[in-house]
Each structure stands twice: as structure tokens, then as C-alpha cells.
Design a binder for this molecule. Structure first.
Ligand code: UD1
Length: 361
């Protein structure tokens, strides 16, 4: 048996780490292909270092572009790899352009596809990730779901029950493994912050940061929050470019918002562990804050991860300035939502996946 696993963008690295480890423990031959969708040191290599992921066997070097360009370039380059390597299974994770591009290439060559983090739905087709998720699930042979709501979605879409397996969340495998190491760092101290006395802001969704008025409102609400609580803001390249393009730098001046480069996995985890509030539009951070029992305000109108709202610390606050400030204020006054354990978010999801793959192939 030979497996090819694919990564492309930042959240993929966090999800693939425990899977590669599980394949290796089970003596499964596995190759890692990096599409190069993310290529900046802070968005890619830093994660390989932090998470001890072996260097990719193949680097496609695709880079940025429009959705069609990026997807098409990945498909053309990846097809050559599949034809050469003839794997018995392709493993894709998450919902980025690299996920759908590689799954589609494989399925046309009759190579079975396993999708890890299957079944999540925001029901918002304007999100590029929603299209990637829907299509990848539709053409995959093995769908590994992180929560039971995902199974319900797949069932509703008419996907055969034999194809999907509830295994839990591989991101939590990584979190559990690296928590002790991250706890030893002093990242928050190095940024001049005090334990449980700062907020973190992360923003990168096109629907937030490509829209001047939403981005402006979010930054203004965070500026208001920063009057009561210092805010640290690791800036995603897309967001940094748009703040400049829309001339919104003024919103951040004379405030206690500290702009920093995107952080590696361990430094960011250290910041997360000790934060008072996390404001984000990321999917993975909604899960990590729930697992760490840290309050999370999601700056979106919906989530494909409703389990983090039902069982975790997540509150969907949208992009309305007043609502964001109001919810942050409640947390500052001590009204926090504590998280309950989530089934199979136990650090063993990758082991379950490897076991199923061994049984099925
Ligand atoms: C991608 C994923 C998104 C994921 C996010 C995590 C898609 C459709 N989107 O969004 O689901 O949550 O990654 O970060 O796949 N750029 C750099 N350096 C880099 C990478 C990107 O400067 O290393 C800049 C480029 O200007 C690029 C822009 O960021 O055009 C957007 O990058 P892209 O990979 O298209 O999407 P993300 O917004 O990063």
C-alpha cells in the first residue's frame, strides 16, 4: 500500500502531522506532496519546523493566483505525480483549494480518495471553502468526520453511509501533543502581555477582509475593545495587503492593538492558551479555543463547526460593531461560556483513521 497525502495551506499542516505519524507507526508507505499554495516562511516552513513534519517528498511550488488559476495549476502538476507514483490512496484534509484540486485529479485517474474533516457545512456557497468541501466530499471514497453534525450533513446529501466514518478531530491530536511544549514558551511575555489579560485577533476570510466596510467595522470594534484589553493581531498576508489597499492603517494607530507577523504553531498556541478573549474568522481556531476552554468570538455570520457553539466556547457574533463590542464586554465582566468535552476530540482521531484505512485497503 502506498498513500500520497497532500498539504497546501497553513491549516493543512496542522491536520496532516498526526496522520503522517499514524501512517508511519503502522508501517504504511506514505509520500507527502506540498502544493505550495502557501509559501511564505511564516505561513508554511515555520509549521514544518514546529510540528516536526518531515520535508515534503514533492513540492509543486504553485503559489498564489485566482481560484481558477491556482486550482488548475495544482491539477496539472499533481496529475504528473499521480501518474508516476500510482498510489493506492490519496489523503486530503480540510477545505482549501489544494484539497479539491488534488481530489479531483485523483478521482479522474480512478485513485481512491480519503477526505479528512469531511461533512462540515456553513451552507454559504459564497465561501470558497464551502464549495471545496461540498465537491471533495461528493467525489471521495472515504469520508472521515470530526463531529456527528457532519455525518448528518452527509446523510442529508445522500452520500452512502458506508463511505463515512466518525473519527473525531485530527487538529486536536496535534493540539494535545504540542500543548506541553507550547506551555513552556513565553511568547505572550515576550510581547509584553500579561496572562489572561489580552485579546487575540485573527482575520483572513475574503468575505471579511476583501470588503472595505466590513474590515473597517471589525477594526474599529477591536480598537474599542483595546481600550480595556490589549490586543495582539498576527496579520495574515491577505489582510495586511488589504489594510494598506483600503487605507485603514489609521484605524490601528494610537491604539493598544499590536500588529505582528503570522506566528508559528507553538508560539500561537502559547498565545491562545493564555488569552482572555480570541476574536477570529478562522475555522480551526474556533475548535482550538473550545478544546482549550478559552472564550472565542467568531467574526462571521455562520460557522461550519456548530459543535463549537453547542459544546465549546464559541459565540458567533457576526460583523456588527456594536454586537462585537457588547459580547467582548460580557466576557470582560466575567460572563463566560465554559466548554464541555466533545466526543472523540481526544487525541486519537488519526489512529482511528489509520486503522480504518488498513482494514479497508
Ligand atoms: C487559504 C484558504 C483558506 C484557509 C487559509 C488559511 C482557499 C480558498 N483558502 O486562504 O480556506 O483558511 O488559506 O490561511 O484555499 N499570500 C502570501 N503568502 C503566502 C500565501 C498567501 O503573501 O504564503 C497572499 C497572496 O497575496 C495571496 C493571498 O495571500 O493571493 C491569499 O492566499 P490564498 O492561498 O489564495 O488564500 P488564503 O486567503 O490564504
Amino acid at each position: 500500500m502506498k498513500i500520497i497525502s497532500v498539504v497546501g495551506a497553513r491549516p493543512n499542516f496542522v491536520k496532516i502531522m498526526p496522520l503522517l505519524e499514524a501512517f508511519s507507526k503502522n508501517n504504511i508507505t506514505s509520500l507527502l506532496v506540498h502544493t505550495g499554495q502557501h509559501y511564505d516562511y511564516h505561513m508554511s516552513e515555520a509549521f514544518f519546523k514546529d510540528l516536526d513534519i518531515p520535508a515534503p517528498d514533492v513540492y509543486l511550488g504553485i503559489g498564489s493566483g485566482t481560484h481558477a488559476q491556482q486550482t488548475a495549476k495544482i491539477m496539472i502538476a499533481f496529475e504528473k505525480i499521480l501518474l508516476k507514483e500510482k498510489p493506492s490512496l490519496l489523503v486530503v484534509v480540510g477545505d482549501v483549494n489544494s484539497t479539491i484540486a488534488c481530489a479531483l485529479t485523483a478521482v479522474k485517474l480512478h485513485i481512491p480518495v480519503a477526505h479528512v474533516e469531511a461533512g462540515l457545512r456553513s451552507f454559504d456557497n459564497k465561501m470558497p471553502e464551502e464549495i471545496n468541501r461540498l465537491l471533495t466530499d461528493r467525489i471521495s471514497d472515504y469520508l472521515f468526520t470530526p463531529s456527528l453534525d457532519a455525518n448528518e450533513n452527509l446523510e442529508m446529501e445522500g452520500i452512502s453511509k458506508e463511505k463515512f466514518f466518525f473519527v473525531g478531530n485530527v487538529m486536536i491530536d496535534t493540539l494535545n501533543k504540542f500543548k506541553p511544549k507550547a506551555a513552556k514558551l513565553k511568547t505572550y511575555k515576550a510581547l509584553g502581555l500579561l496572562k489572561e489579560n489580552y485579546a487575540i485577533l485573527t482575520l483572513h476570510r475574503p468575505e471579511n477582509v476583501d470588503d472595505k466596510s466590513y474590515l473597517s467595522d471589525i477594526l474599529l470594534s477591536v480598537k474599542e475593545i483595546s481600550k480595556h484589553l490589549p490586543v495582539v493581531f498576527p496579520v495574515h498576508p491577505r489582510t495586511g495587503k488589504n489594510i494598506k489597499k483600503f487605507k485603514l492603517e489609521g484605524h490601528l494607530k494610537n491604539s493598544k492593538i499590536q500588529l505582528i507577523k503570522p506566528l508559528g504553531y507553538l508560539d500561537f498556541l502559547n498565545l491562545l492558551m493564555h488569552a482572555k478573549i480570541v476574536l477570529t474568522d478562522s475555522g480551526g481556531i474556533q475548535e482550538e479555543t473550545s478544546a482549550l476552554d478559552v472564550p472565542c468570538l467568531t467574526l462571521r455570520e455562520n460557522t461550519e463547526r456548530p459543535i463549537t457553539v453547542m459544546k465549546g466556547t464559541n459565540i458567533i457574533v457576526g460583523r456588527d460593531k456594536n454586537r462585537i463590542i457588547e459580547e467582548a464586554d460580557k466576557i470582560l465582566k466575567g460572563k463566560v461560556k465554559n466548554s464541555k468535552p466533545i466526543q472523540f476530540w481526544d487525541g486519537c482521531s488519526s489512529k482511528r483513521i489509520a486503522k480504518i484505512i488498513l482494514e479497508k485497503l
